[in-house]
Write a protein that binds this ligand. Structure first.
Ligand code: BJW
Length: 255
C-alpha cells in the first residue's frame, strides 16, 4: 500500500484539540477500503452497474420485490464478510479523544459499530435489519419458504430491508439528532460522501452556518469542497489516522 504524505494544517490541529463537540458525517467512501462498493463512482460504484430507480425506491420494490430483496441479500452477505478498516477504527478512537463526538452515518453496513463506535446515528437505516413492508415493525425471524421476499409472520405482507429509499422519509429522531449536532458542534468532518443526497448533504452547511470549522476528507472533489474550511484529499483509511496522529500523537491505528 502507498501511504499519502499529508500535511495537516496547524489551525485544524488546534481546532480539534480544543473542540468541545466534534460531529462526523460519513458516507460510502469510509467503507471503500473494506471492500464495500460506493454508489456513484464511475468504475466501481454500485450504480455504475445498477440503476437506482430499479433498486432503491419503494416503486422498485412494488414492481420487482424479488429482485430488490436479492440485491440487498447479496449486499448483506458482502458486508458480513467485510471488516472495519483504519478509518472506522480512527473514528472509534476519536470518541476517547474529544469531550463529545457525534457520529452520523449514511451507511447501512454497521461497520462503525463493529469498529467500536457507540451511539452511531444511522440516517439511512441498516442493511442487517428487516422490517414488515406494511407497518415497518422490525422482524427478527420468519418462516423460510419459497417466497422471495419472505413474508411477515404477523400479517403476511412482504418483508423488506430497513433502509431508506429515495422518496422515503429519514427516521425523524435520527435526522433531528444529526441536525442538532451539526448546529452545535465546533468541528464538523464530512468523510467519504459525494454530498449529493439530501437531507444528509445539508448537514455540513448547517455546521458552517452555525460557525463550525468544516473539514472534508475525500480523494475526489465534491460540491462541498469549495465551501469546506479544510480539505484533506485522500483515502479516509489514511487521512483519519494521520489526523489523529497529528492532533493527539495517537499511534494505535495502523492503515
Ligand atoms: C472515498 C474513498 C475513500 C471513495 N476514502 N472517500 C432536495 C433537493 C433535491 C432532491 C431532494 C431534496 N430532498 C430530498 C430529495 C430527494 C432525494 C435526493 O436527495 N436526491 C438527490 C440524488 C438529488 N432524497 C430523498 O429521497 C431522501 N428522502 C427525503 O428527503 O424524504 C423527504 C423528501 C422526499 C422527496 C422529495 C423531497 C423530500 C432519502 C434519501 C435516501 C438515500 N438512500 C440511499 C440508499 C440506502 C439504501 C442502500 O444502501 O441501498 O442511501 S441512496 C445512496 O446515496 C445511499 C447513500 O447513503 C447515499 C449517499 O451516498 P454516499 O454515501 O455519498 O456515496 P457516493 O457513492 O455517492 O459517494 C462516495 C464518496 O466516497 C465519493 O465522493 C468518493 O470520492 C469517496 N470515496 N473512496 C474517502 N477511500
Amino acid at each position: 500500500m502507498h501511504t499519502i504524505s499529508l500535511a495537516i494544517p496547524l489551525g485544524l490541529i488546534h481546532a480539534l484539540r480544543t473542540a468541545q463537540h466534534v460531529a462526523v458525517l460519513t458516507g460510502a467512501g469510509v467503507s471503500a477500503e473494506s471492500g464495500v462498493p460506493t454508489f456513484r463512482e464511475a468504475q466501481t460504484g454500485l450504480w455504475s452497474q445498477y440503476n437506482p430507480e430499479d433498486l432503491a425506491t419503494p416503486e422498485a420494490f412494488r414492481r420487482q420485490p424479488a429482485v430488490v430483496w436479492q440485491w440487498y441479500d447479496w449486499r448483506r452477505r458482502l458486508v458480513a464478510a467485510a471488516e472495519p478498516n483504519a478509518a472506522h477504527r480512527a473514528l472509534a478512537a476519536l470518541e476517547m479523544l474529544v469531550p463529545r463526538l457525534t457520529l452520523i452515518t449514511q451507511n447501512v453496513d454497521g461497520l462503525h459499530q463493529r469498529a467500536g463506535s457507540t451511539d452511531v446515528i444511522e440516517l439511512h437505516g441498516n442493511l442487517q435489519r428487516v422490517v414488515c413492508s406494511r407497518d415497518h415493525q422490525v422482524v427478527t425471524s420468519w418462516a423460510e419458504t419459497e417466497d422471495v421476499p419472505p413474508r411477515c409472520p404477523q400479517c403476511q405482507a412482504l418483508l423488506r430491508p430497513d433502509v431508506v429509499w429515495f422518496g422515503e422519509s429519514l427516521p425523524q429522531r435520527a435526522l433531528q439528532a444529526a441536525l442538532d449536532a451539526a448546529r452545535d458542534c465546533d468541528v464538523f468532518l464530512s468523510v467519504g460522501t459525494s454530498a449529493v443526497v439530501q437531507p444528509a448533504a445539508s448537514l455540513p452547511y448547517e455546521a458552517l452556518e452555525h460557525g463550525a470549522i468544516t473539514v472534508e476528507v475525500n480523494p475526489s472533489a465534491t460540491a462541498l469542497t469549495e465551501h469546506a474550511t479544510y480539505v484533506l484529499p485522500g483515502p479516509a483509511g489514511q487521512v483519519l489516522p494521520a489526523l489523529l496522529h497529528a492532533a493527539w500523537h495517537e499511534p494505535g491505528i495502523a492503515p
